[in-house]
Design a protein around this ligand. Structure first.
Ligand code: PGA
Length: 244
């Protein structure tokens, strides 16, 4: 069983800064790191700090390789809400990374083949740090409650809960939210050297409480972090820690 290191911060800015410090430290020591990245509102503050540190030449992404957790199916890469667009707009366009070294699952086309291909790519590498956000229902990536922990990259049907949570990015219209996605499985996530899960806000408090019970429960996908053999950080603000 892994012992999760829980870091409770005062606010979103401090949560982002503490997380950035761990990434900066790694990039200074290992400029050719392999990073597992995440989308969503939670990592935006972290990405802003990393961009700043890159612009001031404290860190470089020239030799960094990245793999993202997930991507929506059935919307083109160029869609303004695709995770491909998100990563370019919120990080890759602003740093000195070689875009050939950035990887996301392919959302368009045959999901089975796309999943197999991404899984094969991931199996060839060892991610140094995997960053995770968490859904209010405890999902990580798009691994929704009930997902088998042994699955590799796979296609998922989004739950109603996640569709509702994400409607804010699609003009608050649940009908506009894609219903399917491709995601790294829990197995892929657990093969990273270090995992950092970040969360802020009261709507994440219950999910954080469920991770910190210390038991891996299929109904709370993020609780699988308790099975990780390497280092795990859970970095949260006060609100997300309010039920601990
Ligand atoms: P959020 O999403 O960062 O936008 O809250 C996190 C997630 O659903 O994994």
């Amino acid at each position: 069983m892994s012992k999760i290191e829980l870091i409770i911060t005062n606010n979103y800015e401090e949560m982002s800064q503490k997380t950035a410090d761990i990434f900066i430290d790694l990039l200074k020591k290992k400029p050719n790191s392999i990073l597992g990245l995440a989308t969503g509102s939670t990592p935006i503050g972290l990405y802003k700090i990393l961009i700043e540190k890159n612009k001031s030449k404290i860190i470089s992404f020239k030799d960094v390789i990245t793999y993202n957790l997930d991507e929506y199916c059935d919307i083109p890469k160029s869609h303004e809400q695709s995770y491909f667009t998100f990563m370019n707009q919120n990080l890759f366009d602003h740093i000195d990374i070689n875009k050939d070294n950035t990887h996301l699952p392919q959302g368009e086309g045959d999901s089975k083949i796309n999943s197999e291909n991404y899984d094969k790519e991931l199996n060839k590498v060892k991610i140094d740090i995997q960053l995770l956000g968490i859904g209010s229902n405890g999902h990580i990536g798009f691994n929704e409650p009930g997902t088998d922990f042994d699955l590799g990259v796979h296609e998922v049907l989004l739950t109603e809960n996640t569709i509702k949570d994400n409607a804010r990015f699609f003009e608050n219209d649940i009908n506009k939210v894609p219903k399917k996605a491709i995601t790294m499985g829990i197995k892929n996530i657990l093969s990273a050297e270090t995992i950092i899960l970040i969360a802020n806000g009261k709507n994440k408090a219950n999910a954080i409480k469920n991770i910190m019970k210390g038991v891996a429960d299929k109904n709370v996908p993020a609780s699988a972090l308790n099975l990780h053999k390497g280092k795990v950080y859970v970095i949260v603000d006060k609100d997300a820690a309010s039920l601990l």
